[in-house]
Design a protein around this ligand. Sequence first.
Ligand SMILES: NC(=O)c1ccc[n+]([C@@H]2O[C@H](COP(=O)([O-])OP(=O)(O)OC[C@H]3O[C@@H](n4cnc5c(N)ncnc54)[C@H](O)[C@@H]3O)[C@@H](O)[C@H]2O)c1
Length: 262
Amino acid sequence: MSQGPFRLEPRVAIVTGAAMGIGFGIARAFVDAGARVLMADLDADALRAAAARLPKEQVGTVVVDVATDGCGEQLVSACLDRFGRLDVLVNNAGIYPQKPMLEMPMAMFDRVWRVNVRGLVDASCAAGRQFIKAGRGGSIINISSIDSLHPSMVGLAAYDCTKGAVNMFTRSLALELALHRVRVNAIAPGGITTEGTKRPFARSGMSPEQMERVMADFARKVPLGRMGVPEDIAWPAVFLASDAAAYITGAVLVVDGGVLLS
Ligand SMILES: NC(=O)c1ccc[n+]([C@@H]2O[C@H](COP(=O)([O-])OP(=O)(O)OC[C@H]3O[C@@H](n4cnc5c(N)ncnc54)[C@H](O)[C@@H]3O)[C@@H](O)[C@H]2O)c1
């Protein structure tokens, strides 16, 4: 199947947080576009189950907590061991605990920062070094959020500031690595229905019907009339990883069904 400049074969990508949600959607779309993908996640059981849903010759897995020291080197060496090359890094792993800032223990703030920013920076630096060594250029895609541009609700101040940092790091690293033909871009999703966004409702004891009603209320506020699904983020990620985006670097692509317009 030809997809012209959107085809990712023979590229190899690392996707963090790939066991579910947006990360799994990206891994699946990359595989459909011809890439081979190292799926990384801290949830070993969910990761195994997710990888089993994709063609085994095109995927590998590594269990890693991106908040740990040395996670970047661990990701890159697992990828080289499995596939022998690296072309794309998707920094998707992220957490969004909801708690008003004045009630948030600093340990929780530190964890959000370590996962959403420090892990992404560590992985980007390790991938950047590998891209330069291989001399073929490369692409880094950071999953930010529309909350990096406008707060959506009370309880996400810690999260929102990490995503603001992701946008600025994306632009600064894009400038630093352009000389090496390494492109660095971000995607800022709006509300996407995932395991993670359903979790707080499930914890509150809501029935599936109640959850459906709350989601339908959210959807009515989206100009395009529906919540996003992981594929809405996955195909723009394929685009940014591909030659179709060869002249795009330092961009923050908003993918939100028009929410920021309203
Ligand atoms: N879903 C949305 O509405 C939405 C909106 C904007 C941005 N985002 C961003 O998209 C990304 C994915 O969100 P999602 O809704 O798919 O989340 P999710 O909770 O459904 O899935 C996240 C995955 O990341 C993994 N993960 C979490 N912490 C990790 C760590 N320290 N190391 C390795 N893996 C880890 C989890 O195990 C899980 O498999 C996040 O960066 C999030 O901030 C999501």
